[in-house]
Ligand binder design. Structure first.
Ligand code: NAD
Ligand code: ADE
Length: 438
């Protein structure tokens, strides 16, 4: 098998500069790297990364390598790879199997190549490597597993499982998938749910995706958000971040939710809350962030105005039904690199960004490095935690230990030059006593 498969190795010098730019914004991960370079926690270990191949992911890959790991990398999405970064990583000695715009066959093959190296730790964004390993074990036959099996034909599932110490999962959709395996009693190795750590989900999901989703939409369309009628579907961690930022830029924002508590929170935060059907009739820009399937579909497209923009920030490209768009349209055209325009039978035009894939990574560069500093520092420390504790870990979904979550927040605050208050001994006693107030 080839050592790597990327678009163009000659792009490496541009990629190297981009990685250095990211490093300057990721001081916490660099501090962890410095320690790893002395302690070598991953000596003789192989780590697979199924992540978006960005300059920030490159900083993580370099950190794991500095800690002694051999790193194998495939993409978490066919449209999110930054080819120059992939080239620079290959020059650094990372085995990358990814390029921007890879077709689904190549995407699945790349997962197979990475698995073939028998990783000791798997790090995923969306659980594609994790779920592939489980599909092999439970003999689930589908188009993707057939392609992947071809790519990994020389290894057995027993070999694979013997080598894996544990895994880490980066995003909400991936955590839902591993929890579903756990619930069915099928999880084959321990996996740390990095997404659920507070220093991840309070920052990456709302702040990172909030900014980068709007950035992706603006890069693709250059629309003015001020005064625009924007509908955000899903008011969870990601959707709320998008909604607040869109409002901050002057958009009139409507929220569509299925959860009564979240819908109420949106209403009390001053957002307009409506059903998808009602919002479909007036919205100008629709942004999905639910992790769910077909949240915008035929019955909604039928009500939409001419010229609306459709974008998705959720992990998979299933939130906006492309099948229904195809069936309703008489033709579609590529309006620009990131815009596909569906022309409906009555002449209305609906503009879909990035084929309904993660708009922030496909049309932009993903989250800013400063926020990925938190997420990827947690990934690095969680991987180290697996190496130190795998013999005590059960085959369950494991939370990031609270002390690691706090360490990352403390290091980030320090890197920002911020100090926090410390409780006095009296306050500590008082705040824990049932006699308080007397
Ligand atoms: P979350 O669970 O916090 O929020 C999802 C929200 O969607 C919930 O409030 C839920 O009630 C709502 N919802 C579900 N079905 C709905 C429907 N049919 N209509 C309206 N609302 C519905 O999850 P999250 O952390 O916000 O993540 C959302 C998605 O974004 C996931 O797929 C996650 O993996 C992805 N994500 C993407 C990025 C990125 O960079 N693009 C970053 C982080 C997370
Ligand atoms: N997910 C969202 N933004 C990202 C980024 N910049 N790098 C890697 N994964 C991401």
């Amino acid at each position: 098998m080839k050592d790597y498969l990327i678009k163009d190795i000659s792009l490496s010098s541009i990629g190297k500069k981009k990685i250095e730019w990211a490093e300057a914004q990721m001081p916490v991960l660099l501090m962890i790297r410095e320690r790893f370079s002395k302690e070598k926690p991953f000596k003789n270990l192989r780590i697979s990364l199924c992540l978006h191949v960005t300059k920030e992911t490159a900083v993580l890959a370099r950190t794991l390598r500095e800690g002694g790991a051999t790193v194998y990398m495939c993409a978490a999405n066919p449209l999110s790879t930054q080819d120059d970064v992939a080239a620079a990583l290959v020059e650094d000695g990372v085995h990358v199997y990814a390029w921007r715009g890879m077709d689904l066959r190549s995407y699945y093959q790349a997962i197979g190549y990475v698995i073939s190296f028998l990783p000791n730790i798997t790090i995923d964004d969306g659980a594609d490597v994790i779920s592939t390993i489980h599909k092999f074990y439970y003999k689930i036959d589908s188009e993707d597993t057939r392609i992947i099996r071809e790519a990994v034909k020389e290894i057995s599932i027993e070999d694979l499982l013997k080598n894996i110490l544990g895994g880490c999962e980066e995003t909400t959709t991936g955590v839902i998938r591993i929890k579903s395996l756990e619930k069915e009693g099928k999880l084959l190795y321990p996996i740390i749910a990095v997404n659920e750590a507070l220093s991840k989900s309070l920052f990456d999901n709302p702040v990172g995706t909030g900014q980068s989703t709007l950035d992706g939409i603006m890069r693709a369309t250059n629309i003015l958000l001020a005064g625009r009628d924007v509908v955000v579907v899903g008011f969870g961690r990601v959707g709320s971040g998008i909604a607040y930022r869109a409002r901050g830029m002057g958009a009139r924002v409507t929220i569509v939710e299925v959860d009564p508590i979240k819908a109420l929170r949106a209403a009390m935060d001053g957002f307009n809350v409506e059903s998808m059907k009602k919002a479909a009739g007036h919205g100008e820009v629709f942004i999905t962030a639910t992790g769910n399937i077909n949240v915008i579909r035929r019955e909604h497209f039928e009500l939409m105005r001419d010229g609306v923009i459709l974008a998705n920030a959720g992990h998979f490209d299933v939130e906006i039904s492309k099948k229904d768009l195809e069936e309703l349209s008489i033709r579609r055209e590529k309006t620009s690199e990131h815009i596909t325009t569906y022309i409906l039978k009555d002449g209305r035009r609906l503009h879909l960004l990035a084929d309904g894939r993660v708009v922030n990574l496909a049309c932009g560069e993903g989250h800013p490095s400063a926020v990925m500093d938190l997420s990827f520092s947690l990934q690095a420390l969680s991987a180290e935690y697996i190496v130190k504790n795998y013999d005590k870990m059960t085959k369950t979904v494991i939370p990031v230990p609270e002390e690691l979550d706090k360490i990352v927040a403390i290091m980030k605050l320090r890197s920002m030059g911020l100090e926090i208050e410390e409780m006095t001994e009296e306050q500590k006693r008082y705040s824990e006593s049932w006699l308080m107030g007397t």
